[in-house]
Design a protein around this ligand. Structure first.
Ligand SMILES: Cc1cc2nc3c(=O)[nH]c(=O)nc-3n(C[C@H](O)[C@H](O)[C@H](O)COP(=O)(O)O)c2cc1C
Length: 223
């Protein structure tokens, strides 16, 4: 199938959203934890986390426009603090349910049965059940001219994950942590690493790093 701009524009809006949401490839699945200035907690699933740089360690989120009805955005702007909690297999149902439009006074923690966990010096709740949890401080916020979406840039000020899942070179083995991937707005995927490649150099052919974690070695980790 080949679609041009007019074909895409002519699509019914829900079909277009479903298609375009899948075209950027596999995405991350994070639960964004926040609280308002009165201490009411909020949790929302987001698939738009993107790496912006390592030094300082920055991640961006793309948040849809919608003013005060966007509780996550309002809370981040008010407290300048939030958490990102990787969705893993056992959390999928609860995580997905946080996308429901609960009224402001209803906490998605209570609505979904997930547990808020607090860290010293961090003004936002983590998800106790998550395996990988990040504490974030807001560094920059821009509303994009092109479509009114909000780009929220935060610095990782706290990272919590199982030490065993760290690879010898320092990367985090996300499959070992059970972190899932997302396509579109509704399909969750288990990750199975297939190859790990060495740093690419013009004068060397592509080289695979020995000891790539496979599905079998994932099981070893979870034992
Ligand atoms: C799989 C999935 C991914 C989502 N990703 C985003 C996202 O990246 N940005 C966003 O603004 N909304 C995203 N949403 C929608 C929010 O989760 C939803 O609007 C939620 O109600 C926002 O909660 P809040 O009003 O408490 O902030 C996503 C929904 C689903 C189901």
């Amino acid at each position: 199938m080949k679609l041009n701009s007019s074909d895409i524009q002519a699509m019914p809006s829900r079909r277009r959203a479903a298609l375009i949401n899948s075209l950027s490839g596999f995405k991350s699945a994070n639960l964004v934890g926040t609280q308002d200035t009165a201490g009411a907690t909020n949790l929302a699933i987001m698939s738009s986390a993107v790496h912006l740089g390592s030094h300082p360690p920055l991640l961006a989120l793309v948040i849809r426009p919608g003013g005060e009805e966007r509780h996550t955005l309002a809370n981040i702007l008010a407290t300048r603090c939030y958490t990102l909690n990787h969705v893993s297999g056992p959390l999928i149902e609860a995580a997905h349910q946080t996308a429901a439009r609960y009224p402001q006074h209803v906490s998605e923690f209570e609505a979904t049965g997930l547990t808020a966990e607090w860290q010293e010096g961090l003004d936002a709740p983590m998800v106790a059940e998550a395996v990988v949890k990040l504490g974030m401080e807001l560094r920059e916020h821009q509303q994009l001219k092109i479509n009114g979406t909000h780009l929220v840039i935060g610095e990782i000020v706290l990272a919590e994950f199982p030490a065993l899942a760290m690879t010898p070179d320092g990367a985090l083995g996300l499959a070992q942590c059970g972190t899932v991937a997302l396509t579109g707005l509704d399909t969750y995927h288990e990750a199975i690493p297939c190859k790990r490649m060495a740093y690419a150099k013009p004068d060397l052919p592509p080289r695979q790093i020995a000891g790539t974690h496979t599905a079998a070695s994932n099981e070893e980790y979870s034992r």
